[in-house]
Design a protein. Structure first.
Length: 126
């Protein structure tokens, strides 16, 4: 025999459902804020050995690296993830540096929501 549902129980179930929906919505929003991209080297060559720094080049944005990875010199492609989505139209810059900080290659791409972010590194000429 089932017990009749009381008003208090119905309110508690509705509140629990609302909390669960809010938590799932927040986790989906947090996942969608991350931006993933790929880095390749010019002409499809292997990315030289060094450190790759990915940063945001926008007015008022700090010039700190948002993502950092090491290249062993044999990969043709690297992936990166930015912690939060930048404003549409912002420029994402990737720099390949030697261990001593000497710039070897640079590339950039404009950010557009919903499109894959692909950056090609080009050798820097001094």
């Amino acid at each position: 025999m089932s017990r009749p549902t009381t008003r208090r129980r119905a309110v508690l179930l509705a509140a629990a459902g609302s909390v669960a929906a809010a938590i799932m919505g927040c986790s989906a929003m947090a996942q969608s804020d991350a931006v993933r991209g790929t880095i390749t080297f010019e002409n499809g060559a292997a990315i030289p050995k060094g450190r790759v720094l990915v940063s945001l080049d926008a007015p008022g944005a700090p010039k700190t690296a948002l993502a950092e990875a090491a290249s062993g010199g044999d990969a043709r492609q690297m992936t990166f993830t930015l912690p939060a989505a930048p404003a549409p139209g912002a420029e994402i810059v990737a720099r390949l540096e030697r261990a001593d900080g000497w710039l070897l290659a640079r590339g950039s791409a404009g950010y557009a929501p919903g499109t894959p972010l692909e950056i090609t590194l080009y050798t820097v000429m001094y």
